[in-house]
Ligand binder design. Structure first.
Ligand code: FAD
Length: 324
């Protein structure tokens, strides 16, 4: 019996799990290397119903993560948790990589291909840390960074004035969720709104009702505490300056790809990226033969479960057609 070629998948979110399943069914030995202690990636953080996955109309994203994770665990696909990639080098047969699980001694793996599926994360602290006047003490239960953390805050927002930073879908959904509870919402965006039409229409109605005040083309030039409020000094296009006094701030300024690890290995520093997102062709090959990238780490425009699932399948198919 011939030896099944080993393929390493870095990242055990939905993209990595999908790719592992396809690779297994195509006759490979996939190994998922996950830095956390569980599979599922971003889905594990989302407790709301996911309306976008055909056939799962009543499931939360967390429930989807459980279903996908249980599927992988019901197979013989190996998953290394708390695992990091220390080094990777190309050789005649593919790649030699050094990994470390937990605090155990580093381990060397020979692999035929590497699939990068490390996903993305919300931009957070970096959005405000360089604003004049900012100090970490300002944050304490007043500044929130994760896309759904306002849900837990809802009982505490009554009669409060809230600032939301960002003009995309997450900023708009946050504004809609808290509009029923908060007294006033300032939606502050660097350019103009980019949210999908349906949620944008809802927010436009709330703007007309004066529940939400939109500050487009606005920059926060100073942030500082005033009694029990936070002051935000805004400069808007046209030279308009004003200071807002708010109780809490929700930061919804988009995402960035998890690609910091590329700089740990000489070979991976040559992977082509654009604004931290990995560039690929349509079957998810990077510019380095034998290295693929799938899911949110390649996709700043249309991140979604179904795209991540499909990209895992595309890369696996290409591996089977060209690297077997
Ligand atoms: C607030 C919010 C709401 C959303 N709502 C929906 C929705 O309703 N419907 C929908 O379809 N999509 C939704 N999405 C998008 C969807 O969650 C993502 O597109 C999808 O989960 C991306 O999967 P992924 O596997 O590419 O990445 P991720 O889920 O980010 O997984 C990446 C994995 O890689 C691991 N990792 C990272 N770096 C390393 C490393 N160096 N070494 C090893 N492992 C690493 C991470 O721990 C993680 O497990 C939403 C996203 C957010 C943030």
């Amino acid at each position: 019996m011939s030896v099944q070629p080993t393929i390493a998948i870095l990242g055990g979110g939905v993209a990595g799990m999908s790719c592992a399943l396809w690779l297994k069914n195509l006759g490979f030995k996939p190994i998922i290397l996950e830095k956390n202690t569980c599979l599922g990636g971003q889905l594990t953080t989302l407790s709301t119903i996911n309306l976008w996955v055909l056939g799962f109309s009543q499931h939360t994203s967390q429930q989807l993560a459980d279903i996908y994770s249980q599927h992988i665990q019901s197979t013989d696909i190996s998953v290394y948790y708390s695992c990091q990639l220390l080094e990777i080098q190309q050789n005649r047969l593919g790649f030699q990589m050094v990994i470390q699980k937990n605090t155990l001694s580093p381990e060397t793996l020979s692999i035929k291909a590497l699939i990068i599926a490390t996903g993305a994360r919300p931009l957070g602290y970096e959005v405000i840390e360089n604003i004049e006047g900012f100090t970490p003490e300002l944050i304490s239960n007043r500044v929130f960074f994760s896309p759904t953390d306002h849900l837990k805050q809802l009982p505490h927002l009554s009669a409060k004035t809230i600032a939301i930073l960002g003009g995309g879908d997450n900023a708009h959904y946050t504004a809609k969720d808290i509009a029923a509870t908060a007294d006033k919402i300032h939606l502050i965006m660097r350019s103009s709104a980019t949210a999908q039409t349906l949620i944008r229409d809802d927010i436009s109605t709330l703007i007309q009702q004066n529940k939400i005040i939109e500050h487009a083309h606005a920059t926060i030039t100073r942030i500082y505490p005033v009694q029990n409020k936070i002051a935000l000094k805004l400069t808007q296009s046209g030279g308009l300056n004003q200071t807002l006094f708010v109780d809490k701030i929700f930061i919804r300024c988009g995402f960035t790809a998890n690609t910091e690890f590329l700089k740990n290995s000489e070979l991976l520093t040559h992977v082509a990226t654009d604004k931290h997102y990995i560039l690929t062709d349509k079957v998810k090959r990077t510019n380095i033969p034998g290295i693929y990238a799938i899911g949110d780490v390649t996709n700043s425009d249309d991140p979604s479960v179904v795209n991540a699932l499909a990209e895992g399948a595309l890369a696996a198919r290409d591996v089977s057609q060209h690297l077997n």
